[in-house]
Design a protein around this ligand. Structure first.
Ligand code: GLU
Length: 474
């Protein structure tokens, strides 16, 4: 068998869509799994939709997602001569013909067909032009396109997801292959390139399946062998409509900007359309590559659930070592907080990571560690106690903390042990001691435990914050 080759051929019309990320990942997984090659091709033949900077942004995003390209990027606009020659070959063989119809005539034809509730199709007015007339008009400089001459009959192909697909050729229009500006349409370029680039498997979104019958005819006319086709079901909004901008973010960059991790996004998006097997949800890149199989592709659409993605991102954050998390949250620190010492940031990451779901959460988390937070005195009071008790406990625990050496503050575990021993020795209520201490250190209803906070803040700051809290109660 030929070497497996897959491809990702985005059109540079904007940012990378979540659905395109899934397509890219699947093609990449499949190539990797089979020791094949993953080809990148820029499909920029529709000049009216070209967006400046889109190619660079696509390349950056693929890189961030660690989707490594083996061949390319090939750029279609640099291959015009190849498509032109192929179009010419079809004209000579009688499978395609020149059409000189003006835009106005085509629009009028369309309007008439629409009014008559007929399918809108080219009426083949130019099919019967004599060869010498065609040549004369070309020589004269008349604008023309090349159209496919769809034959009678039906066209079938096998899709790995949908099974056998058959279409009656009378439903097909005489598709334009080469435009008047000399650029090919998608249909001609995709077939020629997939063949010339040795693509063995075409894995892409379901929205392209209706184009395949035309492509099959082109493959037959050129005498090219067919690749394997697999069309992926749609990604849906929660209301099961097609994933769209109106109901949330659809570009991969939007998710980076919100503070999602590349690996969490990749993991989540991979599971929208493919089930690796068990009921696990967290898979490494290697596991996804090993498990990827066209037979495991889902047949129906998958809902893109942002809450699930948030949960998954939280799982990934939790599993990152604190020093790595510190590196990754650093760019999120607001201007001015950029000089947070590395050691402090690592400690904060260590105690806070189970509570984070986005990298950007660090912005709300860090101020409390850098500056004395505001404390509402009532919050210092444990639910079964009163202000007097809170004051008493804070004073007691301050004394104990003050008596500790620096070594106690070198791990959260040692601080925890000290506090536990202190509570046991004096037979105190755990909540009576730990609650006011925790609030004194964090000012918040919810936060890491007091031993974790004391470890991050260090002895001096811990004592200072307890003193501040006592002054509020006194
Ligand atoms: N250029 C098409 C796109 O933008 C590629 C479709 C295909 O994979 O054949 O998605």
């Amino acid at each position: 068998m030929d070497k497996i080759k897959t491809r990702f051929p985005p059109s540079p019309t904007g940012f990378l869509h979540i659905g395109s990320l899934r397509t890219a990942l699947y093609n990449y997984y499949f190539a990797r799994k089979h020791g094949g090659a993953f080809v990148l091709r820029i499909e920029d033949t529709d000049r009216s939709r070209y967006v400046e900077g889109a190619v660079e942004s696509l390349l950056r995003t693929l890189k961030r997602m660690e989707i490594d390209v083996d061949e390319g990027p090939f750029v279609q606009s640099e291959r015009l001569e190849i498509y032109r020659a192929h179009a010419q070959q079809l004209v000579q063989a009688g499978h395609a013909y020149r059409c000189f119809c003006s835009k106005e005539r085509l629009e009028e034809l369309r309007a008439v067909q629409q009014t008559a509730k007929q399918p809108t199709k080219y009426d083949r007015a130019c099919l019967t032009l004599a060869t010498d007339e065609v040549e004369a008009r070309i020589a004269r400089g008349d604008a023309s396109v090349v159209r496919m001459r769809i034959p009678e009959g039906e066209t079938s192909f096998e899709d790995e997801v949908r099974g056998r697909v058959t279409i009656q050729n009378k439903e097909l229009d005489d598709q334009v292959l080469l435009k008047a500006d000399g650029f090919p349409t998608y249909h001609l370029a995709v077939v020629v390139d997939d063949h010339l680039m040795g693509i063995t498997h075409v894995i892409r979104g379901e929205e392209w399946i209706s184009s395949v019958p035309k492509h099959i005819l082109l493959y037959q006319w050129f005498g090219f062998p067919l690749p394997v086709f697999a069309h992926l079901p749609l990604i849906l909004n929660p209301d099961r409509s097609k994933l769209s901008k109106r109901q949330g973010d659809v570009s991969v960059e939007d998710y980076f900007e919100k503070g999602f991790l590349e690996e969490a996004l990749g993991n989540y998006v991979s599971l929208l359309g493919f089930n690796p097997g068990g009921d696990r949800e967290i898979y490494s890149r290697e596991e996804l590559i090993a498990a990827f199989d066209l037979k495991k592709l889902n047949k129906s659409g998958a809902v893109f659930d942002v809450n699930k993605l948030l949960w998954m991102n939280g799982q990934y954050l939790k599993n990152l070592p604190a020093d790595e998390l510190a590196l990754r949250v650093r760019p999120w620190l607001e201007h001015g907080a950029g000089d947070v010492p590395e050691q402090l940031l690592q400690k904060v990451c260590d105690v806070e990571k189970t509570r984070m779901s986005l990298l950007s959460d660090i912005r709300n988390i860090i101020p409390m560690y850098l500056h004395q937070p505001d404390i509402s005195p009532d919050l210092l009071v444990w639910k079964t106690a009163d202000r007097e008790d809170a004051l008493l406990q804070l004073k007691g625990v301050r004394e104990r903390m003050d008596a500790c050496d620096d070594k106690t503050f070198s791990t959260p575990g040692l601080v925890e042990e000290t506090l536990k021993r202190y509570i046991e020795e004096r037979n105190l209520g755990t909540g009576n001691v730990l609650w006011p201490l925790r609030v004194a250190l964090s000012g918040a209803k919810r936060s890491p435990g007091p031993h974790e906070l004391a470890w991050v803040l260090g002895k001096e700051e811990t004592i200072r914050r307890i003193d501040h809290a006592t002054s509020l109660l006194a």
